[in-house]
Design a protein around this ligand. Sequence first.
Ligand code: ROI
Length: 163
Amino acid sequence: MSICYIGVGSNLGDPVEKAQQAIIALKELKDSSVINASSLYCSKPMGPSDQPDYINAVVKLETSLRPLALLDALQQIELTQGRVRKDERWGPRTLDLDILLIDNLQIENERLTVPHYGMCNREFVLYPLFEIEPLLILPNKKTLSTLVENCPKNGLQIFNEIQ
Ligand code: ROI
Protein backbone atom coordinates (compact mmCIF):
# COMPACT_ATOMS: atom_id res chain seq x y z
CA MET A 1 0.00 0.00 0.00
CA SER A 2 1.15 3.51 -0.83
CA ILE A 3 0.03 6.83 0.55
CA CYS A 4 -0.56 9.40 -2.18
CA TYR A 5 -1.66 12.98 -2.29
CA ILE A 6 -3.74 14.05 -5.28
CA GLY A 7 -4.25 17.67 -6.32
CA VAL A 8 -7.72 18.51 -7.63
CA GLY A 9 -8.26 21.61 -9.77
CA SER A 10 -11.08 22.97 -11.91
CA ASN A 11 -12.08 26.34 -13.38
CA LEU A 12 -14.64 25.54 -16.07
CA GLY A 13 -18.29 24.56 -16.04
CA ASP A 14 -19.32 24.36 -12.38
CA PRO A 15 -15.90 23.99 -10.74
CA VAL A 16 -17.29 23.35 -7.25
CA GLU A 17 -19.41 20.51 -8.54
CA LYS A 18 -16.52 19.19 -10.65
CA ALA A 19 -14.23 19.12 -7.62
CA GLN A 20 -16.88 17.45 -5.45
CA GLN A 21 -17.56 14.85 -8.15
CA ALA A 22 -13.84 14.20 -8.46
CA ILE A 23 -13.60 13.49 -4.73
CA ILE A 24 -16.57 11.10 -5.01
CA ALA A 25 -14.89 9.37 -7.96
CA LEU A 26 -11.68 9.02 -5.91
CA LYS A 27 -13.71 7.43 -3.12
CA GLU A 28 -14.90 4.84 -5.64
CA LEU A 29 -11.45 4.18 -7.11
CA LYS A 30 -10.53 0.49 -7.23
CA ASP A 31 -7.93 -0.87 -4.81
CA SER A 32 -7.87 2.47 -3.01
CA SER A 33 -9.44 4.38 -0.18
CA VAL A 34 -9.67 8.09 0.54
CA ILE A 35 -8.20 8.80 3.96
CA ASN A 36 -8.84 12.52 4.04
CA ALA A 37 -9.79 15.42 1.81
CA SER A 38 -9.07 19.12 2.35
CA SER A 39 -11.63 21.87 2.17
CA LEU A 40 -12.32 23.32 -1.24
CA TYR A 41 -10.26 26.45 -1.90
CA CYS A 42 -10.83 29.29 -4.34
CA SER A 43 -7.60 30.42 -6.03
CA LYS A 44 -6.46 32.96 -8.58
CA PRO A 45 -5.35 31.40 -11.86
CA MET A 46 -1.66 30.70 -12.20
CA GLY A 47 -0.80 31.33 -15.84
CA PRO A 48 -2.90 33.49 -18.16
CA SER A 49 -5.14 35.73 -16.01
CA ASP A 50 -7.98 35.92 -18.54
CA GLN A 51 -9.55 32.74 -17.18
CA PRO A 52 -11.92 32.07 -14.26
CA ASP A 53 -10.70 31.52 -10.69
CA TYR A 54 -10.01 27.91 -9.75
CA ILE A 55 -11.43 25.57 -7.18
CA ASN A 56 -8.63 23.46 -5.68
CA ALA A 57 -8.38 20.70 -3.09
CA VAL A 58 -6.00 17.93 -2.03
CA VAL A 59 -7.01 14.34 -1.31
CA LYS A 60 -5.02 11.78 0.69
CA LEU A 61 -5.38 8.34 -0.82
CA GLU A 62 -4.21 4.92 0.24
CA THR A 63 -3.81 2.65 -2.77
CA SER A 64 -2.29 -0.61 -3.92
CA LEU A 65 -2.25 0.68 -7.52
CA ARG A 66 1.22 1.12 -8.94
CA PRO A 67 2.08 4.70 -9.97
CA LEU A 68 1.28 4.39 -13.68
CA ALA A 69 -1.93 2.45 -12.98
CA LEU A 70 -2.92 5.26 -10.61
CA LEU A 71 -2.13 7.82 -13.32
CA ASP A 72 -4.28 5.85 -15.81
CA ALA A 73 -7.15 5.76 -13.32
CA LEU A 74 -6.93 9.51 -12.64
CA GLN A 75 -6.87 10.31 -16.36
CA GLN A 76 -9.92 8.10 -16.78
CA ILE A 77 -11.76 10.15 -14.14
CA GLU A 78 -10.71 13.38 -15.90
CA LEU A 79 -12.12 12.04 -19.17
CA THR A 80 -15.33 10.82 -17.57
CA GLN A 81 -15.85 14.29 -16.14
CA GLY A 82 -15.63 15.76 -19.62
CA ARG A 83 -12.13 17.15 -19.72
CA VAL A 84 -10.98 17.99 -23.19
CA ARG A 85 -7.22 18.13 -23.37
CA LYS A 86 -6.30 21.32 -25.17
CA ASP A 87 -2.94 22.32 -26.54
CA GLU A 88 -2.98 25.64 -24.75
CA ARG A 89 -0.40 25.52 -22.00
CA TRP A 90 -1.72 26.61 -18.62
CA GLY A 91 -5.17 27.29 -20.08
CA PRO A 92 -8.48 26.68 -18.30
CA ARG A 93 -9.50 23.12 -17.44
CA THR A 94 -12.68 21.34 -16.41
CA LEU A 95 -10.84 18.95 -14.15
CA ASP A 96 -7.22 18.30 -13.36
CA LEU A 97 -6.11 15.47 -11.11
CA ASP A 98 -2.39 15.64 -10.37
CA ILE A 99 -0.35 13.10 -8.48
CA LEU A 100 1.57 15.28 -6.01
CA LEU A 101 3.35 12.68 -3.86
CA ILE A 102 3.54 8.91 -3.56
CA ASP A 103 5.21 7.81 -0.32
CA ASN A 104 8.78 9.06 -0.47
CA LEU A 105 9.18 8.05 -4.11
CA GLN A 106 10.94 10.12 -6.73
CA ILE A 107 9.75 9.14 -10.19
CA GLU A 108 10.81 10.65 -13.49
CA ASN A 109 9.65 9.23 -16.77
CA GLU A 110 7.90 10.50 -19.87
CA ARG A 111 4.43 10.16 -18.33
CA LEU A 112 4.94 10.97 -14.71
CA THR A 113 7.10 13.17 -12.49
CA VAL A 114 6.72 12.68 -8.72
CA PRO A 115 6.86 14.82 -6.61
CA HIS A 116 4.79 17.03 -8.91
CA TYR A 117 7.23 19.55 -10.39
CA GLY A 118 5.28 22.67 -9.40
CA MET A 119 3.97 21.72 -5.99
CA CYS A 120 6.59 23.48 -3.85
CA ASN A 121 5.60 26.98 -4.93
CA ARG A 122 1.88 26.69 -5.64
CA GLU A 123 -0.27 28.11 -2.87
CA PHE A 124 -3.30 26.17 -4.14
CA VAL A 125 -1.41 22.91 -3.51
CA LEU A 126 0.59 23.74 -0.36
CA TYR A 127 -2.20 25.21 1.80
CA PRO A 128 -4.78 22.45 1.20
CA LEU A 129 -2.05 19.84 1.73
CA PHE A 130 -1.02 21.57 4.96
CA GLU A 131 -4.63 21.52 6.15
CA ILE A 132 -4.70 17.72 6.05
CA GLU A 133 -1.01 16.88 6.70
CA PRO A 134 0.67 19.68 8.69
CA LEU A 135 3.67 17.57 9.72
CA LEU A 136 4.54 16.34 6.22
CA ILE A 137 8.18 16.21 5.11
CA LEU A 138 8.82 16.03 1.37
CA PRO A 139 11.27 13.63 -0.28
CA ASN A 140 13.70 16.57 -0.63
CA LYS A 141 13.61 16.80 3.20
CA LYS A 142 11.86 20.17 3.19
CA THR A 143 9.08 20.48 5.72
CA LEU A 144 5.67 21.42 4.39
CA SER A 145 5.32 24.04 7.13
CA THR A 146 8.43 25.87 5.85
CA LEU A 147 7.17 25.77 2.27
CA VAL A 148 3.81 27.16 3.38
CA GLU A 149 5.46 29.94 5.41
CA ASN A 150 7.39 31.01 2.31
CA CYS A 151 4.46 30.83 -0.09
CA PRO A 152 2.28 33.96 -0.44
CA LYS A 153 -1.44 33.16 -0.35
CA ASN A 154 -2.13 35.17 -3.50
CA GLY A 155 -5.78 35.58 -2.55
CA LEU A 156 -6.35 31.90 -1.75
CA GLN A 157 -9.48 31.39 0.37
CA ILE A 158 -11.36 28.44 1.78
CA PHE A 159 -14.37 28.29 -0.49
CA ASN A 160 -16.96 27.82 2.25
CA GLU A 161 -15.78 30.97 3.97
CA ILE A 162 -16.73 33.20 1.05
CA GLN A 163 -20.30 32.00 0.64
N1 ROI B 1 -4.10 27.84 -11.25
C1 ROI B 1 -4.79 27.58 -10.12
N2 ROI B 1 -5.09 28.58 -9.29
N3 ROI B 1 -5.19 26.33 -9.80
C2 ROI B 1 -4.91 25.26 -10.61
O1 ROI B 1 -5.30 24.12 -10.29
C3 ROI B 1 -4.18 25.49 -11.78
N4 ROI B 1 -3.85 24.49 -12.63
C4 ROI B 1 -3.12 24.68 -13.70
C5 ROI B 1 -2.60 26.04 -14.07
C6 ROI B 1 -3.06 26.36 -15.48
C7 ROI B 1 -1.08 26.01 -13.97
N5 ROI B 1 -3.07 27.09 -13.21
C8 ROI B 1 -3.78 26.81 -12.08
O2 ROI B 1 -2.81 23.66 -14.48
